[in-house]
Write a protein that binds this ligand. Structure first.
Ligand code: HEM
Length: 413
């Protein structure tokens, strides 16, 4: 797998380019590969693999595929490897059914249950609590001393925010991160010992949530769990769907927002003039936040499966083929985005990006994510003159989540 990374991309045969290689993202040198694909073979088939797949790398093509859910289905999985995150053998226990892996009409029914809980009006009710927790975390950080931004800020804040969102017992909040990691884990990853172990943890999570669910059926509180518990739609959910929906919310709100927090810190370090613009005019945060999300692209791609033969971009995609929409690449497509390789906090159309996807599956939590990031950077701007990255960022070995394992920083008063 690692061999491609060592090779200069210009000397690789186009048909040999396989961007589904986690080392390319760990080393952050995938951009040259995407550029070549966009320029030479924007609808690219990689055949030489257990899971052959199409790569869609241009902005407009990704929009076209993501908008056409009839021809490009989400049913069953949204990653290239058919068996990844399948939940293991069905007979082993908990199978999850989340609406990100469903097509209409079921997808739409499930999404309707969740949407009001993360709509702007409801988020306003949560803002004061989120803000007070962000202030506490930032006030406890050392000034002028090196520390790792990932556990102390990104992980801590996203975990706290999830607990706030669910009104989950605050002292037990690390359970949420643990469940999220187990739900997306596979045996042998250092956390999950076996499918059985994973199912055991997920069953424990399920019974914990079901208890909270019952307790909140008559609550009119603004937290997500109460909102779901009193929704008339949830009555129709099976237990698998119930668990799947909660896991989707935990996972959806966890790695993504977390990595945008670290991605933002790195971007401000690499483009100090942009930090300067915000210091001078904090109102620019409203365009800086979507720019951070574009720049980071925390979800690298989503897969669809062709439900019919279809001609696309001069190629014929066959029924059953895997089609990967590389959002990270679309976000760096110069035909759609001006100066795409620069981080610019005052872009004219900052929301023109693909980090939240497009079409019927477009991220339901996008406003919540933006709110969390807005509060973080608003409070950080008030406190620090500069966030200096003091060492090499260690990136995640993954083709799905573009993230950080660690980011050493030093805060300046
Ligand atoms: C910066 C942070 C985030 C990013 C980059 C992100 C990205 C995405 C992407 C790319 C998709 C799939 C879109 C598609 O297939 O077209 C998605 C779907 C989803 N996201 Fe997010 N997300 C973020 C934050 C959140 C948060 C905070 C939540 C929690 C409420 C959340 C919940 C979901 C759910 C439930 C879906 C499935 C929607 C559907 O299938 O209809 N996300 N997100």
């Amino acid at each position: 797998l690692n061999t491609l990374v060592q090779t200069d991309v210009s000397s690789v045969q186009i048909s040999d380019i396989n961007v589904n290689n986690p080392a390319l993202f760990r080393d952050d040198n995938v951009h040259a590969y995407f550029k070549r694909l966009r320029e030479e073979d924007p609808v690219h088939f990689y055949a030489d693999s257990k899971n052959p797949y199409w790569s869609i790398t241009k902005y407009e093509d990704i929009v076209a595929i993501d908008s056409n859910h009839r021809a490009f289905s989400s049913q069953g999985t949204t990653v290239i490897e058919d068996d990844f995150m399948s939940g293991g053998p069905v007979e082993a226990g908990v199978e999850m059914a989340s609406f990100i892996m469903m097509d209409p009409p079921k997808h739409d029914e499930h999404r309707k249950v969740v949407s009001p809980a993360v709509a702007p009006a409801n988020l306003l009710r949560l803002e004061p609590l989120i803000r007070s927790r962000v202030r506490k975390v930032l006030d406890d950080l050392p000034i002028g001393e090196e520390f790792d931004w990932v556990p102390r800020v990104s992980v801590e804040l996203t975990t706290q925010m999830l607990a706030t969102l669910f009104d989950f017992p605050f002292e037990e909040r690390s359970k949420l991160t643990f469940w999220s990691n187990v739900a997306t884990g596979i045996p042998g990853d250092g956390l999950v010992e076996s499918w059985e172990h994973r199912n055991e943890v997920l069953r424990e999570m399920s019974s914990y949530f079901r208890r909270m669910w019952r307790e909140r059926q008559n609550s009119d509180a603004p937290d997500l769990l109460s909102m779901l518990a009193r929704s008339p739609y949830t009555a129709h959910m099976s237990e698998q769907e119930f668990v799947g929906t909660l896991v989707l919310l935990i996972v959806g709100g966890n790695d993504t927002t977390r990595n945008s927090m670290a991605g933002g810190a790195l971007a401000f370090n690499d483009f100090p003039a942009e930090w300067g613009k915000l210091k001078a005019n904090p109102a620019l945060l409203s365009s800086a936040i979507p720019e951070i999300v574009r720049w980071q692209s925390p979800i690298i791609y989503q897969r669809r499966t062709a439900s019919e033969d279809i001609d696309f971009g001069g190629k014929t995609i066959r029924k059953g083929d895997r089609v990967a929409m590389w959002y990270l690449s679309g976000n760096r497509d110069g035909n759609a985005i001006d100066r795409p390789d620069e981080f610019i906090v005052n872009r004219e159309r900052p929301r023109q990006h693909l980090s939240f996807g497009f079409g019927i599956h477009r991220c339901v939590g996008n406003r919540l994510a933006e709110l969390q990031l807005h509060i973080l950077w608003d409070e950080a701007l008030k406190r620090f003159s500069r966030i200096e990255v003091t060492g090499h960022p260690e990136r995640l070995y993954s083709t799905i989540i573009r993230g950080f394992v660690s980011l050493p920083v030093k805060l300046h008063a």
